[in-house]
Write a protein that binds this ligand. Structure first.
Ligand code: IMP
Ligand code: MG
Length: 180
């Protein structure tokens, strides 16, 4: 049974996307990536911290030779984006000529992804594929090509399945939305 309501710090959240719904979408995306990247030996780039569960589930379902690396970028404080993106930490791989698949948890303003794409393009990869579990299309402040997105959601704060509220709530297998 899925837990319906949870409290994280001072806020209450209610079930929004179940583990099953998430798994179903991920297996569809993984299937498409498997077909598209069969002979590309792609490098998956998991954007920490939020994408650790999504990256694990994608990787388990992509049946091709593939590598994974982990990098860190942060732009959030509390429940709203600061707009300030901190430096890219931890890309210790040469991505020149490679197919890079970015695995992101959520695209909100899009500023984090825009910054990341600019930084990665300087390193001369063959192709960059953007995969985000969630997108808040109403909040996008920049033009982005998002190749794969499991769920488009309204401008509501969510947690679970890797996503946090001030560091908490990442551990749940479902996604929960804040109660108004
Ligand atoms: P952006 O730069 O505004 O697109 O922010 C992207 C980052 O903000 C994501 O990688 C998340 O870490 C965080 N974020 C955006 N919306 C939410 C949310 O609803 N819950 C938790 N984190 C979020
Ligand atoms: Mg993130």
């Amino acid at each position: 049974m899925d837990i319906k309501n949870i409290t994280i710090l001072d806020k209450e959240f209610t079930l929004y996307l179940s583990k099953q719904q998430i798994e179903d979408k991920i297996s569809e995306i993984a299937k498409e990536l498997t077909t598209r990247l069969a002979d590309k030996k792609p490098l998956f780039l998991c954007i920490l911290n939020g994408s650790f569960m999504f990256a694990a589930d994608i990787m388990k379902n992509v049946n091709i030779p593939a590598e994974i690396s982990f990098i860190k970028l942060a732009s959030y404080e509390g429940t709203s984006s600061t707009g300030k993106i901190s430096e890219l930490i931890g890309l210790n791989k040469d991505i020149k000529g490679r197919t890079v698949v970015i695995i992101e948890d959520i695209i909100d303003s899009g500023l984090t992804m825009q910054h990341l794409l600019e930084t990665l393009k300087e390193k001369d990869p063959e192709n960059i594929i953007v995969t985000s579990l969630l997108v808040k299309p109403d909040n996008l402040k920049v033009d982005l090509d998002i190749d794969y997105c499991a769920f488009s959601i309204p401008d509501k704060f969510i947690i679970g399945y890797g996503l946090d509220y001030n560091g908490y709530g990442r551990n749940y297998p479902n996604i929960y939305v804040i109660k108004e």
